[in-house]
Design a protein around this ligand. Structure first.
Ligand code: AMP
Ligand code: MG
Length: 477
């Protein structure tokens, strides 16, 4: 599909509004992703830094693309909001099958009471975390540039403003379907489904039951993604349907965070007061969100609504067990178990119960467990209680059942050494606000090789000290 076929403009006026980004006074590129720019054929834009600053702040267009803000609805914390849309974002180009979008670039038709802007801190956060996620091998939107606008924004305090350039396979969300479906626009619904299939699942074009297949594949990508998050101790924080991508990419790094000490009930977001999006709840929220998508697709699945509902319900049941299988694979690999299945569920649960009981660091515990297997010595990291001994015995027995002895290698591949820990990100942000980008840049470098021990970078591996705990996150990039 060439880029003009993929243009959201082809969908028609229901789906977007044309808006020009608001100009800012004195833009300056702070972080720039050279590798990604090369992949997109944009590396030359930065031979002239000023040109890059003008384009990635929204002051100048990229080519002749007229910027768009996309329309969508969404279930926010379980409540349906019929109109959301890009209130602070502008799509500025579609290149090589990717969308380039500015975030924090000013008001649009969808801004409601918002200022359309972003503080610099969340821009730096999204840049670091999304790129780390990519290097961890998890599907995600990516970050091309972080720009300081030279202006201030009013949040709880007055902050320096910023704009992020986000790159995504698509910005289509469950909320895009909800927007069209809730308006009863049947022709547009079909158009949207065909467009999404063409953009994200092109191999389904021409298949007899392509809409049902699309539901299956988009759902499976989303659930696989959630299983990967769970395996890293990642908490998205605001799994509303408007933040749930149909291309299976991690979308919208707002109040997300990686967990340090393990708690299945961990919540970071200051607005998630009832813990709807807590760690342990992410898979069931994922399925809940897919039920919303299924609801939108009813008219495309069968001419008789009752029949369509039955088909989709049965698909949703299959998806629940699909998630279980994925989850076992991911968690099993972390423990060195190849193709773990439901028979391993109890062992895996024992492990997480043990981590939770002793508030052990999610990432460091897996590394210590790998060391234990590697050297067969007792490891001072662990509290050697009865639970640990039981787990260790059963785990060792389980590994003996495997034909090959690649457990250590599998654990190395499945357990990162470096993750974007909250206290590191916070330090990068605070330093950036003070005009010092060295730490942010070093952190980005370290996170480019999350599975490789890096000499002299011990501080990037460690969990937070006592003063750095109790981290809270906030919405509002
Ligand atoms: P989010 O919580 O980032 O997923 O955003 C939810 C909705 O609020 C989306 O429609 C955003 O475009 C909109 N929004 C968030 N912050 C702002 C802002 N500063 N100005 C305008 N709209 C915003
Ligand atoms: Mg959002």
């Amino acid at each position: 599909m060439n880029d003009s076929d993929a243009s959201y403009r082809r969908l028609g006026a229901h789906f977007f509004s044309e808006n020009t980004p608001t100009k800012c006074l004195k833009p300056e590129v702070l972080l720039y992703n050279q590798d990604l720019a090369e992949d997109l054929g944009l590396a030359n834009l930065f031979s002239d830094k000023d040109q890059g600053s003008q384009i990635f702040s929204g002051n100048k267009p990229l080519g002749d693309f007229a910027p768009l803000s996309l329309a969508y609805a969404g279930h926010q914390f379980g409540h349906f909001v019929p109109l959301l849309g890009d209130g602070r974002a502008h799509l500025i180009a579609q290149i090589k099958g990717f969308d380039l979008q500015l975030k924090g670039s000013g008001r649009s038709q969808f801004s409601r009471r918002g200022d359309g802007k972003s503080a610099l801190g969340p821009v730096i956060r999204e840049f670091i975390i999304s790129e780390a996620m990519h290097k961890l091998g998890v599907p995600t939107t990516r970050s091309l540039a972080a720009v300081a606008t030279g202006e201030t924004v009013q949040r709880e305090e007055i902050r320096a403003g910023g704009v992020l350039t986000r790159v995504a396979k698509s910005h289509l969300r469950i909320g895009t379907f909800e927007y069209i479906s809730s308006r009863g626009l049947k022709d547009e619904l079909k158009k949207l489904a065909d467009f999404t299939i063409k953009k994200c699942y092109p191999h389904l074009q021409g298949q007899e039951e392509k809409y049902l297949e699309f539901f299956k594949e988009a759902s499976q990508s989303y659930l696989k993604l959630i299983a990967r998050w769970m395996g890293l101790g990642f908490i998205h924080g605001v799994m509303n349907t408007d933040n749930s991508s149909l291309s299976g990419e991690t979308l919208d790094y707002g109040p997300c965070a990686f967990m340090d000490d393990f708690s299945s009930q961990r919540v970071f977001s200051s607005i998630d007061q009832h813990g709807r999006y807590r760690y342990s709840q992410q898979p069931s929220i994922g399925l809940w969100n897919l039920t919303s998508l299924a609801h939108c697709l009813i008219p495309l699945i069968h001419e008789d609504d009752q029949t369509a509902v039955k088909i989709l319900q049965s698909e949703l049941e299959t998806l629940a067990s699909f998630y279980e299988t994925e989850s076992m694979k991911v968690m099993g690999a972390k423990l060195g178990i190849e193709s773990a299945g439901t028979e391993d569920k109890k062992l895996i649960q024992q492990w997480f119960d043990y981590l939770e009981k002793h508030h052990l660091d999610f990432t460091l515990s897996h590394l210590a467990l790998k060391d234990l297997l590697d050297s067969q010595k007792a490891h001072s990291f662990f509290v050697d209680d009865e639970d640990f001994q039981t787990f260790r015995n059963e785990w060792t027995q389980r590994l003996k059942l495997q034909e090959t002895n690649r457990s250590v290698e599998l654990m190395n591949r499945s357990n990162p050494i470096y993750i974007p820990r909250n206290h590191l990100i916070e330090r990068a942000i605070q330093n950036t606000y003070q005009g010092d980008l060295r730490f942010a840049r070093e952190l980005i470098e370290v996170l480019k090789h999350p599975f490789t021990e890096q000499e002299g970078r011990e501080e990037f591996r460690q969990g937070p000290g006592p003063l750095q705990q109790g981290y809270r996150t906030f919405c509002g990039t």
